[in-house]
Structure formats: structure tokens, C-alpha cells
Design a protein. Structure first.
Length: 335
């Protein structure tokens, strides 16, 4: 890993440590980070710290209006996505740095070859100058010897042709070296552009997946809230029905007590009539009438007891349903 990559990673780790130590994210400064990691330039630390604060602000904004458990899950998902993006970015950057190092090495090799060619050209130029001096000397001697003059002229022409050929070859070598440098620079730029495009595509895909997961979570939260609201409404209705049933039961019990008291009064009256009236026929008539009333009262009492038992059964059923609200009541269909 390069020095810059290590500085950026340690900047994030130091910021997380400061937050764990009760430090607010917006209060963290470059000097505090540098005091912890003791390396890197302040510009690199400032850029990475700003990016970390932006990511932290986005994560906190996503979970501001959500329950704590959902917000924590979203923050964890966001941290995983950011860490995955950092890993991919670090891998891409390491590959690009290696490619840059290779290109620099090739550039150094080409530069050395160019310097060697220039040195050779300088040597040849010096040799040509020496040859020119020799030609000048030979031309001076030509004045004294015609044959030597012609020979010297031929030698000078041959040397000039060699010089022109050497200069032509040197210029062609320099041009080939420059062309090779240009081709390598274009190839390196194309590689960088292609890898940057691939990284952008991967980052966009990760952002789309994160947004889809957030949408699903929000939809599930809305569904859960709607179900809770319906359950609360059903609980209120059940409580109201229970209160009405309890009131009806109290009225039935009051009415049953009233009938019991009337029955007791009629029994007392019947005993008094039986003891006081001497006439057997009249007593029999009154006794038969009293028995009829007693039978009517018994029937009414039995009806009241049946109604009380039915009401108590319904109240018991409602109480059981209230104790277990998770079990939905089956709706009775019309026959």
C-alpha cells in the first residue's frame, strides 16, 4: 500500500477513535487527526476527513426519522457499502500506481536511450569537425601537389557523405524515440480512462442497491405501523363492547335480586295466608294462585339466570381475546 493510501486509511481510523471517545464528528480537526497518526500531509488528511464527515452526515440523516433498530441496521449497511467501495478504490488505485511506476520506468529507459543517442550524435559531430579540419589541411596541401589534392577531395566527399548518413540516422532514431514516448503516454491514458469508467459503474451499482434496500425497509416500516394502528383500533372496540357487557350483567343481577326479594315476600305472604285463613277452599284457591305466580316467577328467574350465564360466557370470551391479541378473530360469514 502507498504512503497516501495508508494516510487516508489511518485518518478514518483516528476519526472513529475520536468519536468513540465522546468527540462529535463536526468537532474533529486536522490537527487532532495528525496528533494521532503522526504522518502524511495535512492536505491529504483534510480531504479524507471532509469525505468521512460527509459520509457520516448522510448516514445520520438517513436514520434520523427511523426507529433505533432500523437506523442501526441502515448505518451498518451504509458502513459495509462504504468499506466495500474503499476496498475496490484501494485496489484500483494500487493497480494504477503500479502502472504509473511501470510507465515511469519505461520513460526512464527511453530517456536513457535518447541521452545515449544524443551523446553518440555529439561524438559524431566532433568527429565531423575533426574531419573538416583534416579536409582543410588537405586542401592546403593541394596547392603543392595536384594528385594529393584530387585524392584529398575524394576523401573529403566520402567523409561528407558519411557525416550526412550519420546525421540522418541520428535524426530518425530521435524521431522513433519521441514517437514511442507518445504512443506509451496515449496507451497509459487510455488504461486510466477505462479503469476510471469501470470504477464509476461499480460505484453507481452499489448506490442503486443501497437505495433499493432503503426503499424496502421504509415500506416494511409503513406496513408494520399500519398493522399496529389497526390492532389498537380493534382493542378500543373490544374494550367498549366489554364495558357494555359488564353494564348489562350488572343490570341483570340487579333485576334478579329484585325478583328474589319479590319471591321471598310472596312466600311470607303465602305462609301468613295459610296460617290466618280457616276456610280451606279459599285457602286452596289462594294457594293455587300463589303457586301459579311462583311458577311464573320461577320461569322468569330461570330466564334471567340463563341470560346471566350467556352474558358471563360472552365476557369470558372477550377477556380471553383481550389476553391474546395476536390471535385474530374469525369473521362470521353470512349464510
Amino acid at each position: 500500500m502507498s504512503r497516501v493510501s495508508d494516510t487516508r486509511q489511518r485518518t478514518r481510523e483516528a476519526a472513529a477513535q475520536l468519536v468513540a471517545g465522546a468527540k462529535r464528528p463536526h468537532e474533529i480537526t486536522v490537527d487532532q487527526i495528525y496528533a494521532v497518526i503522526q504522518q502524511g500531509s495535512r492536505t491529504t488528511i483534510n480531504d479524507e476527513l471532509k469525505q468521512w464527515k460527509d459520509e457520516r452526515t448522510k448516514a445520520d440523516a438517513l436514520g434520523a426519522d427511523l426507529p433505533a433498530a432500523v437506523a442501526d441496521a441502515m448505518r451498518a449497511l451504509w458502513v459495509v457499502a462504504v468499506e466495500q467501495g474503499e476496498v475496490v478504490f484501494a485496489e484500483q488505485r494500487s493497480t494504477l500506481e503500479a502502472a504509473v511506476a511501470d510507465a515511469e520506468q519505461q520513460h526512464a529507459t527511453v530517456t536513457q536511450a535518447r541521452d545515449d543517442a544524443l551523446a553518440t550524435s555529439t561524438t559524431l559531430t566532433e568527429q565531423c569537425e575533426t574531419l573538416r579540419q583534416q579536409i582543410t589541411t588537405l586542401q592546403t596541401r593541394v596547392e603543392f601537389e595536384a594528385t594529393a589534392k584530387n585524392q584529398a577531395l575524394q576523401d573529403g566527399q566520402a567523409l561528407q557523405q558519411k557525416l550526412i548518413a550519420l546525421q540522418t540516422d541520428t535524426a530518425e532514431q530521435i524521431e522513433r524515440i519521441r514517437q514511442a514516448q507518445t504512443d506509451q503516454a496515449e496507451e497509459f491514458q487510455a488504461v486510466i480512462t477505462s479503469r476510471d469508467a469501470a470504477f464509476q459503474v461499480e460505484r453507481d451499482t452499489a448506490n442503486e442497491r443501497l437505495e433499493a434496500a432503503q426503499a424496502r425497509m421504509l415500506q416494511e416500516i409503513d406496513t408494520a405501523r399500519e398493522g399496529q394502528r389497526r390492532a389498537e383500533q380493534q382493542m378500543v372496540k373490544t374494550r367498549e363492547r366489554l364495558e357494555r357487557q359488564q353494564a348489562s350483567l350488572a343490570e341483570l343481577r340487579t333485576e334478579a335480586g329484585h325478583h328474589r326479594r319479590e319471591l321471598a315476600e310472596r312466600d311470607t305472604r303465602l305462609g301468613a295466608l295459610a296460617a290466618a285463613v280457616a276456610d280451606r277452599d279459599r285457602m286452596a284457591i289462594e294457594l293455587a294462585a300463589a303457586r301459579g305466580q311462583l311458577e311464573g316467577l320461577g320461569t322468569a328467574m330461570q330466564s334471567l339466570e340463563t341470560r346471566a350465564i350467556t352474558a358471563e360466557s360472552r365476557i369470558s370470551t372477550l377477556l380471553d381475546e383481550r389476553k391474546s391479541p395476536a390471535t385474530p378473530r374469525k369473521k362470521q360469514g353470512k349464510k
